[in-house]
Design a protein around this ligand. Structure first.
Ligand SMILES: O=C(O)C(=O)C[C@]1(C(=O)O)C=C[C@@H](O)C=C1
Length: 263
């Protein structure tokens, strides 16, 4: 199952001169964690919304609308257009809000060029379309193209925001333990940074919490036998999504940010 060309790649891991600071940087780990728990709900709820519809391969075909002068797939179009609108509202001024298609946005809507921006959206795009979606939806088409494409865009946005919040965790951890982090950053020691910023017990709690939330949601939506079958795998899928992709990518954002923290 392919997802057409995918997001712009050149934007990832931009290194710039100064550190981009926002009020969130000065929040402590506890308040950033609370924000993460709120975001969990959007991540968990957007998935069954997409699962209502079939795979609908048509919405991922790169040249499906070429005759109408539209480049890329329907899904890409939905993401690009919504990013254009969100950019006008200033969404991408936050370091945890990364566009998938920055090249489509006028420069004036991108953050000033003096910040450390970490961006793993191109990886997230592949994870979503290659690993998650095929396990989430039924094969085949049901004709709900626009609905499916909009739900895809919602899922991408929710997961991307969660992962890029890692940048704020990293800043907070650095501030709380500047000496040790500075030594690892100066040595550009990725492994040491990864060890410093990882809390295995917290990760276990996150995985158990999302599993519980997803189980509860699955019970609530599975009203008949057919939907019970459809939602059976959903809780473990959510747990796996967090264990294999969401938490590791959140940590990758932290390491990449810290490596550039003193530049
Ligand atoms: O809670 C933190 O400290 C985070 O950085 C978030 C997070 C996560 O992605 O859930 C990532 C790394 C830690 O090992 C624990 C949890």
């Amino acid at each position: 199952m392919s997802s057409a060309a995918g997001p712009d790649k050149e934007y990832g891991n931009t290194v710039n001169r100064e550190t981009f600071r926002t009020s969130l940087d000065f929040l402590n780990l506890e308040s950033i964690s609370r924000s993460l728990i709120c975001q969990e709900d959007s991540t968990i709820y957007c998935l069954p919304e997409r699962a209502q519809y079939g795979y609908n391969a048509f919405i991922y075909e790169a040249d499906a609308f070429a005759e109408d002068g539209l480049e890329g797939s329907l899904v890409e179009h939905v993401v690009k257009e919504s990013e254009m609108f969100h950019a006008k509202l200033g969404r991408f001024e936050s370091a945890s809000e990364r566009p998938f298609f920055p090249k489509e946005l006028p420069d004036m809507f991108l953050p000033p060029n003096q910040c450390v921006i970490i961006d793993v959206n191109h990886k997230m795009w592949d994870v979503y379309f290659q690993n998650l979606l095929p396990n989430l939806v039924k094969e085949g088409s049901d004709g709900f193209y626009a609905s499916s494409a909009v739900r895809d865009a919602n899922c991408l946005l929710a997961i991307s925001k969660r992962v890029h919040t890692g940048r704020f965790f990293a800043e907070s951890k650095f501030t709380a333990n500047t000496k040790e982090y500075t030594a690892a950053i100066k040595a550009q020691d990725k492994e040491a940074l990864m060890n410093l910023l990882s809390y295995p017990k917290v990760e276990e709690n996150v995985k158990e919490r999302v599993l519980m939330k997803a189980k509860k949601l699955a019970e609530e939506v599975a009203v008949n036998e057919e939907s019970q079958a459809a939602y059976k795998i959903y809780p473990s899928l959510v747990r796996e999504l967090y264990a294999r992709w969401v938490i590791p990518l959140t940590k990758e954002v932290q390491v990449e940010y810290l490596l550039r923290r003193l530049s």
